[in-house]
Design a protein around this ligand. Structure first.
Ligand code: MF3
Ligand code: CO
Length: 263
């Protein structure tokens, strides 16, 4: 069931969303070669709690899945060929030339915000740099379609078409989602699809749109049994950007926008 949020609920989501954005801004300033992904996680958890939020991902158990361990951290930090759900670790050090996807969720006032950015450390190979830039562009193309009266397939196809125009691969088994009082609500928001298909978007729907786009040919992100992290099938790098948005008439409202501007 897709819930329509009231103005009051969207106001609350704007607050959790703003804390997500500020946390990612802070991490963007702190991240540097030699740091462990665990250190990034500690910085994020402290910052979120200092600002009266609760990390959404910590202890999260995916609905309907059995035998999966609760998610053990505040952030997902996924390096290079890791697509999503990289679990922070003291042994995992970020290096010059890496791309580092950082996904962050905050629960506050009864509502979640969820956003991700891919940071580039120092000298990143030009084709990887372009992948990162264009994955962010995919997100904004998707958001531009998230307006009342459009259909979900308009969002999905805008993302897919932009990715394909660069020959990139769309990761199909990881998708965006509705969001609100639950981190994952209906509908699923795939990063591929056909225009003018799918559910009609209505003002007050709140969605986490999150393209995961890879170099190479991998159409799936795969995990070892029992592990959280999901990687490309061919080991090629993958980028990830995400915003939480509210569908409105005319233009979506981005609830996780950085006070520092588009990031
Ligand atoms: N943004 C990701 C998602 O919506 C992060 C979830 S991490 C988890 O799937 F721990 F909550 F699963
Ligand atoms: Co999400």
């Amino acid at each position: 069931m897709i819930t329509i949020k009231s103005e009051r609920e969207i106001e609350l989501m704007r607050e959790s969303g703003a804390l997500v954005a500020r946390t990612l801004d802070m991490l963007g300033e702190q991240i540097q070669p030699g740091m462990s992904t665990k250190r990034l996680d500690e910085l994020a958890e402290q910052f979120i709690r200092d600002n009266h939020g609760v990390p959404s991902f910590l202890n999260y158990v995916p609905k309907g899945e059995v035998g999966v361990t609760p998610y053990p951290a505040t952030l997902c930090v996924s390096l290079n060929e890791e697509v999503v759900h990289g679990v922070p670790s003291a042994k995992r050090i970020v290096r010059e030339g890496d791309i580092v996807s950082v996904d962050c969720g905050v629960y506050m006032g009864g509502y979640h915000g969820d956003a991700a950015r891919t940071f580039m450390l120092g000298d990143v190979a030009p084709e990887v740099r372009q992948l990162v830039r264009e994955t962010e562009e995919c997100l904004y193309r998707g958001i531009a379609q998230a307006i009342a009266g459009n259909r979900l397939g308009d969002v999905s196809s805008a993302i897919e078409e932009h990715a394909r125009s660069f020959g990139y691969s769309v990761i199909e088994n990881m998708v965006g989602h509705g969001i609100g009082s639950e981190l994952h609500e209906d509908p699923a928001v795939p990063n591929y699809g056909r225009r003018n298909t799918g559910v009609k978007l209505r003002a007050g729907m709140t969605l986490a749109i999150e393209p995961m786009i890879a170099l190479g040919r991998s159409r799936r992100a795969v995990s070892k049994r029992g592990a959280w992290v999901a990687v490309t099938e061919d080991g090629k790098p993958s980028a990830h950007f995400e915003h939480t948005i509210a569908v409105r008439e005319g233009a979506a409202e981005v609830l996780t926008l950085s006070p520092a501007g588009r990031a």
